[in-house]
Design a protein around this ligand. Sequence first.
Ligand code: DC
Length: 235
Amino acid sequence: MNKIVVAIDGYSSCGKSTTAKIVAKELHYAYIDTGAMYRAVTLYFQEHYIDLTNPKKVSQALQEIHISFERNARTQRNEVFLNGLNVEDEIRKMYISNKVSEVSVIPEVRHCLVKQQQKMGKKRGVVMDGRDIGTTVFPDAEVKVFMTADVYTRAQRRQQELLLNGEMVPLDEIKENLEKRDRIDSTRKESPLVQAADAKLLDTSHITIDEQVDFVLNMVAAKIFQSEYTESDKC
Ligand code: DC
């Protein structure tokens, strides 16, 4: 079967990236963390004091931004670069999390990043995670998963990630940030966070990473089997 697109959407810190990374590795597909792209734009806007209420300034700034992903052989991670500079750790910090949803509602930002993401997945063979992959970026994705989990579990997971990045943030503050981002992401006008009609819901509150990965890989296998069966069925 030809290569497919696997779209993994859902709420913040449900384990989307962790799952997507492993699935991509198993399938020998590229992994694209679209949240990292919104975070990189947020970092640039912060560093250059861009007025988010001025569409002209926002559009001008977007012209100056080049985002790329590179594999780090030492950490085995796909890391994000902003204008040639590795910003993987910086964009995960709390001050970026506190601002990123505000930047993600801006139509100019969304148009620009959606276009880049569509280009990155044009040849298919990608696992992409985000908020609008199955609805806007690749509405024709062959496999669509929508992840959710209870907010307390998500906050605990996020706290662990931040700790590994050297930042100690109280659980309440993280929980508040997740709830605020969920609210902004789900209610924005442009490509809001919603489950695509043909996406399968996966609640990760009480399951392991291996189970999450198996869920997605089983969907991929079923899709491939279905398509091969349909093809071989033809005279
Ligand atoms: O996946 P993440 O938590 O790193 O994403 C950070 C923010 O980026 C999230 O709160 C909303 C935004 N985002 C988006 O609007 N659309 C996407 N496809 C991915 C992320």
